[in-house]
Write a protein that binds this ligand. Structure first.
Ligand code: C5P
Length: 241
């Protein structure tokens, strides 16, 4: 596999072309950003941790019937992925209220609700990723109602698979953000982007400690240590399966 030109550079990752028309190399940087890029830092080793965690989770989904862009991890900070056309939507699944949802609803962080909440955001930095509904997404031509139904069902299925997996690792999956894209080879809408402590809220079930990007957002320190703990526990769970 030959690494070609840089085709996308984001704050936290880079995407390179390869000599295969339907495959790209996804590189996780050590940079982390929050609050729509207002807060930024570099943590040596974070890219490699996100790469490994994301590889475990995306591979687990692939093996359990949820199609993702992930093919294989090919280096410390790199993974080979299927090429997709980005759909600029974020599907956010909440199992417990935290973060901006707590603020929006005026509910204390940690509030337990019996249902699963699925939110939709328009992935647009200039507009600060506003919350939208299905009608807005269709009006903007981002997806059809049928495609949105598929994404919502997929997001719930991902949650049903990952919640128990994290639970086995002694971690509560509080919420997570998913992104989708259209695969260049089949046209199918598949999970794209990463699933990692950067895109999920993960709380230690025993101590309640945050093991995700909130450690950076809220200046709680031990960012790399917490991500390492998530990786170690996920490895233990998935390697014994
Ligand atoms: O920021 P908020 O509380 O709305 O985040 C909900 C979930 O979505 C969290 O797990 C957060 O890490 C994730 N998220 C993300 N990328 C964004 C916004 C939120 O991964 N741009």
């Amino acid at each position: 596999m030959r690494k070609g030109e840089l085709i996308f550079e984001g704050n936290e990752k880079q995407v390179f072309a390869t000599d295969h028309p339907d495959q790209v190399i996804f590189r996780y940087k050590d940079v982390t950003v929050a609050y729509n890029n207002v807060k930024r830092a570099r943590f040596i080793g974070k890219g490699a941790l996100d790469n490994q965690i994301s590889a475990i989770l995306l591979d687990y989904l692939n093996r359990n019937g949820v199609e993702t862009h992930f093919i294989e991890r090919i280096g410390d900070q790199e993974q080979l992925c299927r090429k997709i056309e980005i759909i600029p939507l974020q599907v956010v699944v909440h199992n417990r209220i935290a973060g901006s949802l707590a603020y929006r609803l005026g509910v204390e962080e940690g509030y337990r609700h019996s249902n699963t909440i699925v939110d939709l955001r328009y992935n647009n930095d200039e507009l600060e990723d506003p919350f939208i509904n299905r009608d807005h997404a269709v009006a903007l031509g981002l997806a059809t109602y049928q495609e949105l139904d598929g994404m919502y069902n997929n997001a719930r299925r991902v949650n049903e698979l990952l919640k128990p997996l994290f639970h086995k690792a002694g971690i509560e999956l509080v919420d997570m953000k998913l992104e989708f894209g259209r695969a260049s080879d089949t046209g199918a809408i598949i999970i794209s982007d990463e699933i990692s402590p950067d895109t999920c809220r993960l709380w230690d079930e025993a101590t309640g400690e945050r093991l995700d990007k909130d450690r950076f957002r809220l200046d709680l320190s031990r960012v790399v240590e917490s991500y390492t703990l998530v990786l170690t526990r996920l490895k233990q769970v998935t390697e014994t399966e």
